[in-house]
Design a protein around this ligand. Structure first.
Ligand code: FES
Length: 124
C-alpha cells in the first residue's frame, strides 16, 4: 500500500496553479479582463461564436477600451472604446470609425477549451 502511494501520479504543480482567463464567455456579453504574462492589461470577448483577445489599449490615446468590462457597442457589431467612441472590427481589431480610423488593436493569443474556458496562448 505504501508503494502505491509513492508511485501514484502526482499533480503537476504548474498545471495546478494555472487558471483560465475566463470559465466561459457569453456571446455579446462582458469581456474578460486579464493581464498578459508581461503584465499588460488585455481583454477577451466572444463575437459570432469565436473568442477574440486584444491588449486593452486604444490606439487613439492609449487608454483602456472597456467600461467595467463592456466593450461591445449596443448593436453588438463592433468593439467600442468607452473614451472617445472609436469602433473596431471584433475579429480583426481594425478601427473602422472614430479618431484612430485605420489603426489596429494589438491581438493577444488565447484559446478556448471544449468546456468553454478561455486560456492564455495559442492552442497547443
Ligand atoms: S482613447 Fe479610444 S477613442 Fe480615444
Amino acid at each position: 500500500m505504501t508503494e502505491a502511494a509513492t508511485t501514484a501520479p502526482q499533480p503537476d504543480p504548474s498545471a495546478a496553479s494555472a487558471l483560465p482567463l475566463a470559465t466561459s464567455l457569453a456571446e455579446g456579453g462582458l469581456a474578460a479582463r486579464f493581464n498578459t504574462p508581461e503584465g499588460v492589461p488585455a481583454f477577451a470577448v466572444r463575437w459570432q461564436g469565436a473568442v477574440h483577445a486584444y491588449l486593452n489599449q486604444c490606439p487613439h490615446a492609449g487608454g483602456p477600451l472597456d467600461f467595467e468590462g463592456q466593450v461591445l457597442e449596443s448593436s453588438g457589431r463592433f468593439l467600442m472604446c468607452a473614451r472617445h467612441g472609436a469602433i473596431f472590427e471584433p475579429d480583426t481589431g481594425k478601427c473602422v470609425g472614430g479618431p484612430c480610423r485605420g489603426a489596429r488593436l494589438t491581438p493577444v493569443a488565447v484559446h478556448e477549451k471544449a468546456d468553454g474556458s478561455v486560456w492564455p496562448g495559442a492552442a497547443g
